[in-house]
Design a protein around this ligand. Structure first.
Ligand SMILES: Cc1cc2nc3c(=O)[nH]c(=O)nc-3n(C[C@H](O)[C@H](O)[C@H](O)COP(=O)(O)OP(=O)(O)OC[C@H]3O[C@@H](n4cnc5c(N)ncnc54)[C@H](O)[C@@H]3O)c2cc1C
Length: 423
């Protein structure tokens, strides 16, 4: 078992910092070191595709910090930034750093996140970008001051959010996507349609069921050739076709990885890797038995807390329902649960919201609630998340019936569940 002595966390992202915080809250008194390759105090990731692109050239704007600057000293956390962990000496339990130093550990937590997938055809051109860290966001934001048009490859959350941010900066934006709609594997078609609608109203053009097969460099930009023929011309390109877990450290030290999941690090239900002195959390890790590896702030933070509980030998608490949000223009999409897009028996139920163009989509499989997606409808999201967390399932006909308030439906189910548990 773990001795509470020297814990080293590699990666000061949402997972790594959540783990460090939970360790101190739970009373860990030993040495706690966090190594981060990016320079400066660790920042949040979600604003990078939103505020950091819209406001990035404004001198008064800075990406929100994960924790205030004094938090690290106040919590006796040795934050080493601008330093990369280059390899692990598993026999002597040491990590080697880019500044040639080594740090010993009793427990090592790998929280290295993920890296954007690059396409050979757009790689390494000064007007071609991917987005993962504040440096990337700054470069995109700066380029948006110079260029008038952008081509975005990939219509997932990053593609959509960057499309919104660049449109707000006044660029003409075109998005190319291989699937027939946005977020094909992770959202309902009603949500996808709504997102396309709000983007098209702002002038974004979509080329669905298509892909960029080659890119010619022009004097000031690109001509992107499309699979179905024709081309798109743009001054900058942003590739947002997904990420790969950043498992370089793990592969260099022969920790077990999932070759059917982009080489993510295999961990057990306590986040322990194939070396019992090393844990892995966040985007980089896939838990045994988990339906899939989730890339979200909630997932990373939850992993961090649960890993800390395991290190501190606490009883594992049940994991909350996964949830996610995305901001595009002035609209917010919130999702609780995993949308069962590929399930043959899925039934998606639409419910109008109380205000404006808000609505929610409730995903059922065999009449059991599996997900709630809420577009500009925070109260439906909150109640849907509660249903899922409590493992209660309203019927699809109750959701369709807008004459009954959602809160009342939830209260009724909750009271009934309490009654059953008392009996
Ligand atoms: C632009 C953008 C917008 C997003 N928007 C949302 C959103 O709206 N909602 C949401 O729920 N999720 C969002 N996400 C996803 C979410 O941010 C990630 O799932 C989350 O950050 C994962 O946390 P992590 O700690 O595992 O990885 P990260 O936050 O990526 O942290 C990993 C850290 O490890 C460091 N690192 C890697 N290797 C080394 C090494 N060898 N040595 C030292 N340091 C190393 C990296 O520099 C990085 O800082 C967004 C992601 C991005 C990129």
């Amino acid at each position: 078992m773990f001795l509470e002595k020297d814990i080293v966390i590699v990666g000061a992202g949402h997972a790594g910092i959540s783990c460090a915080e939970a360790l101190r809250i739970k009373g860990f008194k030993g040495t706690l070191t966090v190594v981060e390759r990016q320079i400066g105090f660790p920042t949040e990731k979600p604003p990078l595709s939103k505020g950091a692109i819209v406001n990035g050239t404004n001198q008064n704007y800075s990406v929100p910090l994960l924790k205030p600057e004094n938090w690290y000293v106040d919590n006796n956390i040795d934050l080493k930034t601008g330093i990369t962990a280059t390899s692990i000496d598993r026999i002597n339990r040491k990590i080697n750093l880019s500044n040639k130093n080594t740090i010993s550990y009793t427990t090592l937590v790998i929280a290295t996140g993920a890296i954007p997938i690059e396409l050979g055809i757009t790689r390494k051109h000064p007007q071609s970008f991917t987005l993962r860290n504040s440096k990337d966001a700054k470069e995109i934001s700066r380029a948006a001051s110079t260029f008038k048009s952008a081509l975005i490859i990939g219509c997932g959350y990053i593609g959509l959010e960057v499309a919104a941010s660049l449109t707000e900066r006044g660029l003409k934006v075109t998005v190319v996507e291989t699937e027939h709609r946005p977020l094909a594997k992770i959202s309902s078609s009603a949500i996808a349609e709504k997102l396309v609608q709000i983007h098209e109203r702002k002038g974004v053009r979509f080329r669905f069921s298509n892909s960029v097969v080659n890119v010619d460099h022009l004097n000031n930009g690109f001509r992107a050739l499309l699979r179905t023929g024709g081309h798109e011309i743009a001054e900058m390109i942003i590739t947002g076709v997904g990420v790969s877990p950043d498992s370089i450290l793990a592969s260099a030290s022969s920790l077990a990885r999932n070759d059917n999941d982009k080489n993510s690090i295999c961990v057990n239900e306590n986040f322990v890797t194939s070396d019992h002195h090393i844990l892995a959390i966040g985007d980089v890790a896939k838990r045994v038995g988990a339906e899939k590896r989730i890339e979200s702030v909630d997932n990373a933070q939850e992993d961090g807390k649960q890993a800390a509980a395991y290190i501190m030998k606490e009883v594992r608490q049940p994991r909350g329902v996964p949830w996610f949000w995305s901001d595009q223009y002035d609209k917010t999409l919130q999702t609780a649960g995993l949308v069962p897009t590929s399930d043959a028996n899925v039934k998606m139920v639409f419910r109008p919201g109380k205000r404006g163009d808000g609505f929610s989509v409730w995903g059922f499989v065999d009449e059991k609630l599996r997900s709630v997606e809420a577009f500009s409808d925070p109260s439906s999201f909150a109640i849907g998340k509660r249903f899922l967390s409590d493992e209660l399932s309203p019927t699809s006909s109750e959701i369709v019936d807008t004459s009954v308030d959602l809160k009342l439906i939830y209260k009724r189910f909750h009271a009934k569940a309490k009654e059953i548990s008392r009996a």
